[in-house]
Design a protein around this ligand. Structure first.
Ligand code: B12
Length: 204
């Protein structure tokens, strides 16, 4: 098993060489999906430290950008361990990062995992407007709609999107994900479920 504390630390330190060396060695051991999920969680925790370093002025926007690329590349390396391809079709999910928010790493992780679990995912990208969600939902009739966002302001975007979906009588189940979501703002948004963890999102 990979050293999760060191992986978390290497992400937080933006030590690209160390992260890749650790993940390549790990993948050569044919890890289980459960082990790969633990590695993703360690990376996610490292990203939270990067956020704190950004807040205290130790890191700059350029570091945030670099961390985004680093994490995307890390997840790409781990993906083969996640794709327990399922033959059954579980349903369709319309997924996007809500308007005002450009963060998509978490959304993309959830997309990979829920796709591997047998769902068809329609990804409408980042900064997705109310109209985009409503039009795609009307056209594609998904079973589930997933809203992603990590900025605090994403919560209001989520609420406005959910209000519009309900006004159009779109009755897909709605799940919200991303760092700021919690029970209180899940209720405020009017979503059916929330999570800050992609694996839990797949279970929900
Ligand atoms: C990388 C990063 C960036 C990158 C994003 C690259 C990309 N392609 O996504 C870039 C450089 C573009 C960026 C820009 C900005 N960022 Co930024 N960024 C981050 C950082 C460091 C990591 C975010 C991340 O990827 N986390 C890792 C992923 C895996 O976690 P996650 O998103 O929570 O996803 C998991 C779950 O939540 C879940 N999930 C996610 N979505 C969904 C959806 C569904 C349906 C489900 C079921 C599950 C699910 O699955 C994932 C895996 O478990 C965070 C710090 C932090 N603490 O989060 C700051 C952070 C989010 N950024 C911040 C800020 C301020 C900004 C900027 C305003 C900076 C600036 N001055 O320009 C801009 C905003 C641009 C915009 N309008 O969106 C603040 C937000 C503050 C706030 N409270 O609103 C943070 C918290 C940093 C900080 N502490 O100050 N950022």
């Amino acid at each position: 098993m990979i050293d999760l504390v060191m992986l978390n630390q290497s992400i937080a330190d933006l030590d690209e060489d160390k992260v890749f060396e650790m993940l390549e060695t790990f993948m050569a051991t044919n890890p289980t999906e459960e082990e790969a999920l633990k590695a993703i969680t360690a990376c996610q925790e490292g990203m939270a430290t990067i956020g704190q370093k950004f807040e205290t002025g130790e890191y700059f926007v350029s570091d945030l950008m670099f961390s985004g690329e680093l994490l995307s590349d890390a997840i790409d390396l781990l993906k083969p361990a996640l794709s327990g391809e399922s033959s059954k079709k579980m349903g369709t999910i319309l997924l996007g990062t809500v308007y005002g928010d450009l963060h998509d790493i978490g959304k993309n992780i959830f997309k990979s995992m829920v796709d591997a679990a047998g769902f068809e995912v329609i990804d409408i990208g980042i900064d997705a407007s109310i109209e985009k969600f409503v039009n795609q939902a009307n056209e594609l009739k998904p079973d589930i709609i997933g809203l992603s966002g990590v900025l605090t302001l994403a919560i209001d975007s989520m609420k406005n999107i959910v209000d519009a979906l309900k006004a159009e009588n779109i009755n897909a189940k709605i799940i919200i994900g991303g760092t700021p979501v919690n029970p209180t703002n899940c209720e405020y948004v009017g979503a059916d479920a929330f999570t800050t963890n992609a694996a839990e999102g797949v279970k929900i």
